[in-house]
Design a protein. Sequence first.
Length: 399
Amino acid sequence: MTPGLTLSARPNRISIDRQALVAACREVVSIPSLTGEETNVALVFSRYFKELGFDHVEIDQNGNVIGKMIGTGRGPSLMINGHIDHVPTGDMATPYSADVVDAVRWGEVGEAIYGRGTCDMKCNVMAAAFGVAAAKQCGLSLAGDVILVADVEEETDSPAGVKSVLERGLKADYGVSVESTNGGVYVGHRGKLEFELVVKGRTSHASEPSNGINAILQTVPFLQALEAHARGLANDRLLGLATVTITGFHSYPDNGTAVVPDQCRLRIDRRYVRGETPESCEAELRSLFAETAKQNSDLRWELALTNHYPLMFTDPSNPVVQAAVEAVSEVVGEKPAIGAWRFGVNGTFMVEAGIPTVGVGPGDERWAHTPEEHILIDDLHRSAESIAHLVLKVCGSAS
């Protein structure tokens, strides 16, 4: 059974000021907030949280903006999370223009806000703030607390964001990530492992390459083996296909001198699914590379795990997922699809901390990190309404 209050379809008392929401989103998108440089936009989010009526607002020691709507203590609590940093702008011509444009250019209907950090994901966080505030603005009192964490440094998998907030002791009964879900309700994503593979050779003068062992050429058998291995990985019916790929490659020494390199360092990205573990994935790679090295006595290698972003999964039968499905259905008029993100979100740390977490957020994740990043205004408005409904369903109304 879904916790808290079950609302009738599209209750009149829940409304979101569309123009105010768009204006707020355009303001935060116009402020650069590269990872590690979120201070200016954090101050603006803090101001909006206060203006929207959050009972307590703070910017913690890491720069995370935390807004609390205090309930009576008689209902379940809810933690909502999204990040306020963004990736570099690349070749975007006007990344901070926050222009309202016709979305027909992307084959979509309606108006959209364009710019870096729109769907990934300052607009999402602002939609959540407006959604949480809707209950209070409509004169409703919540039975349970709502905690909105607008966190920093998500794009580099830093522990300074919501993970640090959780480690400080701030918890909730249920959680929501407002990363883009393209109209659906998401229950998780694959885990990510990053490894460093070091392939070794022997230096020589570049004019006499036969006197050395070129580490760049030594990587070729490993790359071929990895490519073949990738074709046989598991496929999860909900989380999708497990993958492995190379995301970085550098040879040493590389200082402009005429030296055959004796070392290459490769960064490997391995996405794993249910039924796999970090340990099983590492064992597979070690076995693969050991077998590859057997075929050539000159091949020397080392492998180290450098980063782990945990797999996220909340069972679709969990009350928070059911509440999310009901909330979105009431707003859009039809039942949303249950799915999963292709990338990772910080909601995984909430699940890791024992907080069942679901994804409900505006935007289409395929536009994240691209020169065409944007968010549909209709989607933004619907998501804010859906979050308002979800808050009342989970936390309950004390009114």
